[in-house]
Design a protein around this ligand. Structure first.
Ligand SMILES: C[S@@+](CC[C@H](N)C(=O)[O-])C[C@H]1O[C@@H](n2cnc3c(N)ncnc32)[C@H](O)[C@@H]1O
Ligand code: SF4
Length: 448
C-alpha cells in the first residue's frame, strides 16, 4: 500500500494518550471529597511530582489548544497566586491527614500553561518558598518551566537562577515570518536565540524547543528550515507537535483560515522532513513527537526502557503520583485521575473556601491499568508484550488485523512491534486497546 493510501485509511481522530482512560471519560463522580480521600491514603514516603498550571498569556496565538486566558493587567495573576498558595497549604494539610508526619518528598515540579513567565519574579519566588515549606523538595529536584520567549524578563531570569530551574521548554512553533503572521505569533529568530543564550547564562542545563507542523501556510521547505535553525541553537530536546485544529473546542482557532491548512499527506511530509533534519543534526526520535540528543535523559530512558508518558508528554519522571494545582490541572494518583475546575473564578472560589476544586476524574479499574500499561508501551517504545492478552480479546485482535496486513505492525510470539511504516500511526495502534473509544463518538485531533 502506498503512503497516501495508508493515510487515507488510518488518519482518523484518536486521542494522544497522555492518560488512559482519556479526559473525555472523566466524570463528576470524582469530586473534591474523593480526591481528598485518595490523598490521605497515599503511602508514607511516596515521592510526589507536582504540576502547576498558570493559565495566563499576554496575547492569544490563534492555534492555541491550551487552557489559558488573555490578561492585560497583573491583578488577575496576583489573585491567582494568592489562591495557589492556599491550594498548596491545603494539599499539605490533606497529605498529613493520613497520619503521616513530616513533609512529603517531591522529586519534580513542572510549571505549565498558559505562560508561567507571566508570573512576576517575586510571585514565582513566593510560590517556590511555599512549596519548600510544605514539601521536602529533593536536593536534585527537577524544576521545569514552560516559557514564552517573547516575555522573558531579566528579573524573572534572576528568580529562575535563584530557584535552581533545571529545565525549560520554549514555544517556538515556526520561524517563517509568513506562518508567524498566520498564527498571530510573531517572534523573530533573533529573539529566540537571545532567550536561549539568556537561559544558559541563568544556569539552565536543559532546554526544549516546541515546534509545530501542519500550521496554516506552512511548507515542507519552511519546516525543514525551522528544524535546522532550531537544531542550530543546540537545545537538548525538540518537540515536533502536529497542529491539532479543534475549533469546536477552541473557537479562537476559527481565526485560522482552514483552507490554508496543509492536508494529511502534506502534514506527513512535513513531519518526515523535519524529523530528517533533526536526525541529521544528531537528535534521536523519542516516541511520537520528541527528539533528544544522545546524552539527554529522555534518550537514556528510551534505551533503558524507563521512558514514561504523562500529561506533559514524554518524561523520565518515575513518581507514581502527580498532583495538579491550578485551574484545569489533572492529578494522577495510584487510585485514578482527578481534574480541577477549568475556569479560574470557580477554581478560586472553591480553593479559597477550603475545598478542593476537583470537578471530575475517574477511578482506575484493573482492566484500565492493564490497558494503560499496553498503551504506554506502544506510545513510548512502539512495542508491547501481548502474551498476557486475555483469550477473549477478539475485538483488539480484529482491530489490529488490518494493520498487520498493511505492514504497520508485526505480531510474533505475542510481541507487538510497530514497524517504521507504522510509526506515524502509533496513536491508531494504541487505540486498538482503548476500551472506551467508540467510533465517531468523540472528536479528537487527527492521527498524523
Ligand atoms: C503552554 S505552551 C508553551 C509555553 C508558552 N505558552 C508559549 O507558547 O511559548 C505549550 C505548547 O503547546 C503547543 N501547542 C499549543 N496549541 C497547540 C495545538 N493546537 N496543536 C499542537 N500543539 C499546540 C505549542 O507548541 C506550545 O509551545
Ligand atoms: S501557545 Fe502559549 S503563548 Fe500562545 S496562547 Fe497558547 S499558551 Fe499562550
Amino acid at each position: 500500500m502506498t503512503e497516501s493510501h495508508l493515510i487515507a485509511k488510518y488518519d482518523r481522530p484518536v486521542p494522544r494518550y497522555t492518560s488512559y482512560p482519556t479526559a473525555p471519560h472523566f466524570h463528576a463522580g470524582v469530586d473534591g471529597t474523593v480526591f481528598a480521600g485518595w490523598l490521605a491514603a497515599l503511602p508514607e514516603g511516596e515521592p510526589l511530582s507536582l504540576y502547576i498550571h498558570v493559565p495566563f498569556c499576554r496575547q492569544m496565538c490563534w492555534y492555541c489548544g491550551c487552557n489559558t486566558q488573555i490578561v492585560a493587567r497583573y491583578q488577575p495573576i496576583a489573585d491567582f497566586v494568592a489562591t495557589l498558595l492556599n491550594e498548596i497549604e491545603m494539599l499539605g494539610r490533606q497529605l498529613a491527614a493520613g497520619g503521616v508526619s513530616g513533609r512529603r518528598p517531591v522529586t519534580s515540579v513542572h510549571f505549565g500553561g498558559g505562560t508561567p513567565n507571566s508570573l512576576g519574579a517575586d510571585d514565582f519566588r513566593r510560590i517556590m518558598m511555599a512549596l519548600d515549606h510544605v514539601f521536602a523538595l529533593a536536593p536534585d529536584l527537577e524544576l521545569a518551566l514552560e516559557l514564552d520567549p517573547r516575555s522573558l524578563a531579566p528579573d524573572f531570569l534572576a528568580a529562575m537562577r535563584e530557584s535552581g530551574v533545571s529545565r525549560v521548554s520554549l514555544g517556538v512553533q515556526d520561524f517563517d515570518p509568513a506562518v508567524q503572521q498566520a498564527i498571530n505569533r510573531v517572534q523573530p529568530y533573533e529573539l529566540v536565540a537571545r532567550a536561549v543564550a539568556d537561559l544558559r547564562l541563568a544556569g539552565v542545563r536543559a532546554i526544549n524547543l516546541d515546534l509545530i507542523y501542519g500550521l496554516p501556510g506552512q511548507t515542507t521547505a519552511g519546516i525543514a528550515r525551522t528544524a535546522g535553525l532550531a537544531a542550530g541553537l543546540a537545545p537538548e530536546r525538540v518537540a515536533l507537535f502536529g497542529y491539532a485544529h479543534v475549533p469546536w473546542m477552541k473557537p479562537h482557532q476559527r481565526l485560522i483560515d482552514a483552507d490554508s491548512l496543509p492536508d494529511a499527506a502534506a502534514r506527513a511530509e512535513q513531519f518526515a522532513i523535519a524529523a530528517d533534519v533533526l536526525s541529521m543534526n544528531g537528535y534521536r526520535q523519542i516516541g511520537l513527537d520528541h527528539f533528544a540528543t544522545a546524552e539527554d535523559s529522555l534518550t537514556l530512558a528510551l534505551d533503558a526502557g524507563t521512558l514514561r508518558r504523562n500529561f506533559q508528554g514524554y518524561t523520565t519522571d518515575r513518581a507514581a503520583c502527580v498532583l495538579g494545582l491550578g485551574p484545569s490541572a489533572i492529578s494522577s494518583l495510584p487510585q485514578g485521575y482527578a481534574q480541577n475546575q477549568p475556569d479560574h473564578t470557580p477554581w478560586a472560589r472553591s480553593v479559597n473556601a477550603g475545598r478542593f476544586a476537583t470537578v471530575k476524574g475517574i477511578a482506575l479499574t484493573a482492566d484500565d491499568r492493564y490497558r494503560r500499561a499496553l498503551i504506554d508501551q506502544i506510545m513510548c517504545f512502539g512495542a508491547a508484550d501481548l502474551t498476557t492478552l486475555p483469550l477473549n480479546a477478539t475485538g483488539e485482535l480484529a482491530r489490529l488485523a488490518p494493520m498487520i496486513a498493511d505492514g504497520l505492525v508485526r505480531l510474533e510470539s505475542g510481541q507487538l512491534t510497530v514497524t517504521s511504516l507504522g510509526a506515524p500511526f502509533r496513536r491508531v495502534v494504541a487505540a486498538a486497546f482503548d476500551a472506551y473509544l467508540k467510533p465517531e463518538s468523540q472528536r479528537h485531533s487527527r492521527a498524523v
